[in-house]
Design a protein around this ligand. Structure first.
Ligand code: ADP
Length: 384
């Protein structure tokens, strides 16, 4: 081979090497770029994953319902704050569900969801509270475990019961006076009553029953307005003596019919921040009961004093029949009457109304009594 061929061959080889080099460099650049892109995507995906994880943890922690995720062996993977507080558990991760929750019904429900792969929904009791429990398999054939959601339905059930009781009570309260009126009218219409005095007596009884019906209608209206927050309090600084004097004057005649005198003991300089009209209704209701449940000649009264902190305390007391211990916690409920036979025609709404009014002022109301030894009703108002 002469020198010319050698040079030509070398030149070709150099060109080939040069081209290969350039391709290798280009490929390396591409690989590097691809690598950077993949790394960035990986970082972004990781950030998104971390964000989703935080969102899911936040959602679970903020939920009012108890939420638990278990693996296929029913070991706890996630237990939110509501569930931890329900079961009184601290460290739960990796522990068996039954050890943490000590609820066999729920453990069985989870086992059923894990083996059957179905979404199960039923009611269980935890302590004495009813819960709606739902167990949901995660992934096909529950391969990632299962989630359990627990909703406390005790309040819902209580409201349902209260609504049914309320309707039953109203029907009862309406039926009784209506039945009396019908009976009295029948007597007037179908029996020839020779005696005009007798007729008048029946008509007066009809008037009494009609009055009871209109009082019931009025109190129901008052209660629904107060409960729905439609009554706006007009709070003014006022002397407690002035708050009390009007209701006492209004009920003095009624008390004197039973030879009762209302004793008033209120420091003249005591002041409260109150709506005089609404607080007047509270005092009238309490005094009305004191008169009603105290025999003829008994003593009743109103007292007021500076309470704890920024409070004024007003007290209506009597020396009447008193309230049995089992009735005391219930007398502020709508329609609750301790002894209907003895009540003398109340509606059972007066104390419920009083409670709403006092609480709307930011105060408290309660009763103390011993059967046969009178009753004392106390409530607080903000001091002025
Ligand atoms: P009402 O007086 O119309 O029945 P309330 O809501 O005012 O309704 O009172 C509820 C029940 O609380 C009364 O039926 C009575 O059993 C009891 N009660 C309230 N005040 C007194 C009191 N001063 N003495 C004894 N029992 C009372």
């Amino acid at each position: 081979m002469d020198g010319g061929w050698l040079i030509a061959a070398l030149a070709v080889a150099l060109v080939v090497i040069g081209l290969a080099w350039r391709r290798a460099v280009a490929e390396r650049r591409m690989l590097l770029a691809e690598n950077t892109r993949l790394r960035r995507e990986g970082q972004a995906a990781q950030a998104r994953l971390a964000e989703t994880g935080e969102e899911l943890t936040g959602l679970a922690e903020a939920a009012f319902d108890a939420l638990i995720v278990v693996d296929r062996e029913r070991r706890v993977r996630v237990m939110n704050a509501a569930a931890r507080s329900l079961f009184g558990a601290q460290e739960t991760q990796g522990q068996s569900f039954i050890t943490v929750a000590r609820q066999h019904d729920l453990d069985d429900l989870l086992a059923a969801a894990l083996s059957g792969g179905e979404d199960l929904d039923r009611q269980v009791f935890i302590g004495d509270r009813p819960f709606r429990a739902r167990a949901l398999p995660l992934g096909g054939e529950a391969r990632y475990g299962a989630v359990l959601a627990l909703q406390d339905v005790s309040e819902l059930q209580r409201l349902g019961r209260a609504r049914r009781d309320f309707v039953a009570n109203i029907s009862h309260e309406l039926r009784t006076p209506l039945a009396s009126i019908r009976l009295l009218l029948d007597t007037l219409l179908h029996n020839a009553l020779p005696d005009a005095g007798m007729q008048r007596q029946l008509l007066e009884q009809i008037a009494v029953e009609t009055e009871a019906l209109s009082q019931l209608a009025q109190e129901l209206l008052d209660l629904s307005q107060i409960e729905s927050g439609q009554v706006l309090l007009k709070l003014v600084p006022i002397r407690v003596a002035d708050l009390i004097s009007e209701p006492v004057a209004r009920l003095a005649t009624q008390a004197s019919h039973k030879r009762q005198e209302i004793a008033v003991d209120v420091p003249p300089d005591l002041t409260a921040l109150a709506d005089p009209h609404q607080v007047g209704r509270v005092i009238v209701n309490l005094l009305h009961n004191a008169i009603k449940f105290t025999p003829e000649g008994g003593r009743i009264g109103v007292r007021a004093a500076q309470g704890k902190g920024d409070e004024v305390m007003i007290e209506v007391w009597d020396t009447g029949v008193g309230i049995a211990p089992e009735d005391l916690p219930r007398i502020f409920e709508r329609f609750y009457r301790a002894d209907r036979a003895r009540g003398g025609g109340g509606t059972g709404l007066g104390l419920a109304i009083a409670k709403h009014i006092v609480e709307a002022h930011g105060g408290r109301i309660w009763a103390e009594s011993e059967l046969g030894h009178g009753a004392t009703f106390r409530f607080t108002l903000p001091a002025a």
